[in-house]
Write a protein that binds this ligand. Structure first.
Ligand code: ATP
Ligand code: MG
Length: 372
């Protein structure tokens, strides 16, 4: 028993989960669940660990905890295999890195480069929309006794791409779940496309606002990809060709007869995006859309985001991926301890090293390159 307790203490401490020791796992945020999943595997003391996309949903501190753990496991003679699209923050952990791209290449971990170029002109598309997409005034929210959102005030105009960032458990998912009326404010108001969410059900709001959840496994309901992508169209009495088009846009048309539970995580996320797009919403919320994507599929998602903006619509993206946020978003909202700590031009926030440190964000490749 002592051995079990010692290991559990170590694992909770290593992954910053001490405060959540007696929490129900279902009530943890997405990133905290991911930390718990890794900690519970590490605690078993196996000699070899395989981690499939362990950094998805992790904030920068979570990635640093994982890095320390991998170093520790190596030091005590264990083996670790990590499968991931990007190794940012973990580069120096590995003795070997393999790129799988049809063929297998072995490369030195040191040579791995995360640098990306940022196409400046992509954000300057034709302005179509105007007016306010989402207006939040004096929003307070609690699940149980403590407030998780505290006096949030925000305005998101149409024709804007916004990234929502901040540490695991800070309240990002809770905030965006207010946008489609899934959560109703404990105090204050959320107005979406001119409608107070208190007076509308999520089903009614789904006409205007598409929502892609952080955890697709809990939200996919149909027996086939085609049924899932046309689910909302059927409910709203809309033509089904929106579903067909969306499957093509997200490169899923070859999978239309598959049961969704057989898809990879990245395909499930894209299926949820396609299902949201099928009804051509004016506002799209993507909670951690980069999960499970590779560079090619990430590009498809980028195209969806930029196309929405070119039509004057708004996209709100919750992400820990600073490079992705920099590439796609006009504005960044930082949520910290349930408050909006920052809401301004994405580059002003994400390329400012003091803000990146203050808000515990993943440093973008651009800052790293400047430092070099
Ligand atoms: N259904 C729930 N019941 C009780 N508490 C909850 C519930 N869902 C979330 N919480 C708590 O509310 C806080 C904010 O969670 P939220 O999911 O909004 O965080 P987040 O910023 O999205 O984090 P992550 O980056 O890990 O996804 C956390 O402390 C979380 O444990
Ligand atoms: Mg979340």
């Amino acid at each position: 028993e002592n051995e079990i307790n010692a290991r559990v203490d170590w694992a909770l401490k290593s992954f910053g989960l001490e405060a959540y020791r007696y929490y129900q796992p279902s009530k943890l945020s997405g990133g905290l669940k991911q930390r718990l999943a890794i900690a519970s595997t590490v605690v078993m003391g196996s000699n070899f660990l395989i981690m499939d996309d362990p950094t998805s949903n992790l904030d920068w501190n979570g990635i640093k905890c994982l890095r320390e753990t991998i170093f520790y496991l190596k030091k005590i003679g264990k083996g670790v295999l990590v499968l991931s699209r990007r190794l940012k923050g973990l580069e120096d952990c590995f003795d070997r890195t393999y790129y799988l791209n049809g063929q297998v290449f072995e490369v030195q971990a040191k040579n791995e480069s995360n640098s990306q170029s940022f196409p400046e002109n992509l954000l300057q598309k034709n302005v179509v929309g105007n007016g306010v997409a989402i207006k939040i005034s004096g929003l307070w929210f609690k699940y149980e006794k403590d407030y998780v959102l505290k006096d949030v005030n925000l305005e998101i105009p149409y024709n804007t791409i916004v990234s929502v960032m901040g540490p695991n458990g800070s309240g990002k998912t809770t905030l965006v779940k207010h946008f489609n009326g899934l959560l109703k404010p404990s105090k204050g108001d959320v107005i979406v496309d001119g409608k107070n969410t208190r007076n509308y059900s999520p089903a009614q709001l789904s006409k205007y606002i598409g929502f892609v959840f952080q955890d697709p496994d809990r939200h996919i309901v149909s027996e086939s990809v085609w049924d899932e992508v046309t689910f909302a169209c059927k409910n709203l009495g809309l033509p089904l060709d929106g579903g067909e088009k969306a499957l093509r846009t997200l490169n899923l048309h070859d999978l239309r007869d598959r049961p969704p539970y057989l898809l990879s995580m990245g395909e499930k996320v894209r299926l949820m995006i396609a299902s949201a797009l099928a009804i051509d919403p004016k506002i799209l919320v993507l909670d951690e859309p980069t999960t499970g994507q590779d560079d090619k599929t990430l590009k498809l998602i980028e195209n969806v985001i930029f196309k929405m903006k070119s039509e004057g619509k708004s996209v709100i993206i919750v992400t820990h991926d600073t490079d992705f946020a920099l590439k796609v978003s006009d504005k960044t909202i930082i949520v910290k301890d349930g408050c909006v700590a920052e809401c301004s031009n994405a580059k002003n926030v994400l390329l400012d090293p003091s803000k990146v440190e203050l808000y515990e964000l993943e440093p973008p490749a651009l800052i790293e390159e400047r430092v070099k």
